[in-house]
Design a protein around this ligand. Structure first.
Ligand code: CA
Length: 421
């Protein structure tokens, strides 16, 4: 691994040392001796590299076999036993690590604290095909050494170095690095991080990959199962304190409650389930025998909503229909046995409000006295819808000024009672 430049520098240095050695025995000995030692130190630093970690790496590059992880760890052990101590897990504790890895036979592994890559190479040499180790290193200089070490050992297809802070990287593991669950975690970084990082790894709210899943996990952790009011309260709590989300929320939720109670419906249709907040909110007020059909186009939201609805214990009253409203509405009578709906909560895409309202009319799904309640008519706004229901002559309209959920921004809901055509 000695390049041309190194050879030239080496030759020049030897020549210089030789010259100095001659002068050293001449008349100006004291001065010559100082120069001799200075030059010798400079040469030492030049050839030994700048840091211990770089020297460990250089020793491996010079002495181990490329592509042979076993020879890499043996070279590191040899260097650190004989020349300079370094904080690798080492040969003795390395055997314990080997045994625990073999027993666990893991596929998805995480290491906290890569350092020079010793334990990453050690673990990687035992992994089954298809298994992978993600290793987190905070220090960029260590990460650079480890990267070369891992490549030299030939395990770079199994080991991925994630450079950065564990508290930032751990919550990104699912989404950014497509980790489902980890089979093995080797904790070997800062002792004062052990507890908080372990708690983070355990925490389903922070580990969930999307906001909607985090809301669901928060509810599962904090709400009473089978209690819809507690589910609604915990969603409000999470979304007002942690992450904003487009649930109808507690303020507009009261308007929804009141209009729903007044209507006392037997059949309710909701357009736009999202996480199931308003479905659960409405379901908790439904009389026995009444049912709610809720339409959600986004399959990931639908999956979250299904679990939320089940957790709240209202799954017998709520049927989630996955797909686009313009396709589902015309099939409600034939496919879902709906005769007519008494109450429609419109809360999906404001561009679809008017067309879906007309579709409900055309399909004969609303009758005289059926109540439409539309959310977000002020913000983001549904001007076409407002114009239609207020001017077509088929509806009695009432506007309910309010605010966007969990904020002070103005919004409103529009109630439109169908009078028939
Ligand atoms: Ca809304």
């Amino acid at each position: 691994m000695i390049g041309l430049n190194t050879l030239l520098a080496l030759s020049a240095s030897i020549l210089l040392l030789f010259t100095l050695y001659i002068i050293l025995n001449g008349p100006r000995r004291a001065f010559a001796r100082i120069v001799f030692y200075e030059v010798r130190e400079a040469i030492k630093v030049f050839f030994m590299n700048h840091t211990k970690e770089q020297r460990v790496l250089q020793y491996v590059l010079d002495n181990a076999t490329r592509g042979d992880p076993q020879s890499v760890i043996e070279s590191i052990d040899k260097y650190c036993n004989e020349k300079e101590w370094a904080m690798n897990v080492g040969d003795q504790k390395g055997l314990i690590l080997d045994n625990v890895v073999r027993e666990a036979n893991p596929r998805e592994l995480l290491e906290l604290g890569t350092y020079c890559g010793y334990s990453a190479v050690r673990i990687a040499r035992l992994l089954q095909p298809g298994a992978r180790l993600l290793t987190v290193e905070f220090n960029p200089a260590y990460a650079a050494v480890a990267k070369q070490m891992i490549e030299f050992a030939g395990v770079n297809n199994k080991v991925h170095i994630l450079e950065g802070n564990t508290q930032e990287i751990i919550p990104q593991l699912k989404k950014k690095y497509e980790v489902d669950t980890l089979d093995f975690v080797f904790v070997d970084h800062w002792k004062d991080k052990y507890l908080e990082d372990t708690e983070l790894l355990e925490n389903p709210v922070q580990m969930a990959e999307t906001k909607e899943k985090r809301i669901l996990e928060f509810v599962k952790q904090n709400a009473a199962e089978g209690d819809p009011q507690s589910v609604v309260d915990q969603i409000d709590k999470y979304c007002s304190q942690k992450e904003w989300a487009m649930n109808v929320g507690d303020e507009k939720g009261l308007i929804l409650d009141n209009v729903l109670k007044e209507t006392d419906p037997t059949t309710v249709l909701e357009l736009g389930t999202y996480c199931g907040y308003s479905a659960i909110r409405m379901a908790r007020l439904l009389k026995p025998g009444a049912r709610l059909l809720t339409v959600e186009m986004n399959s990931e939201n639908a999956a979250v909503a299904k679990q939320m609805i089940k957790f709240a214990g209202v799954q017998d009253k709520v049927q989630l229909l996955e797909g686009s409203s313009e396709i589902i509405i015309p099939s409600l009578k034939t496919k879902y046995g709906v005769d007519q709906v008494d109450f429609v909560f419109i809360d999906h895409f404001s561009v679809s409000y008017t067309s879906d309202t007309k579709l409900l009319e055309e399909c004969g799904l609303i009758k005289k006295g059926s109540v439409l309640l539309a959310d977000n008519v002020l913000y983001p706004g549904a001007p076409d819808f407002l114009e239609y229901v207020r001017t077509c002559g088929f509806y009695d309209c009432t506007n309910f000024p309010s605010h966007i959920e969990y904020s002070t921004r103005e919004d409103a809901m529009e109630k439109a009672v169908f009078k028939g055509k």
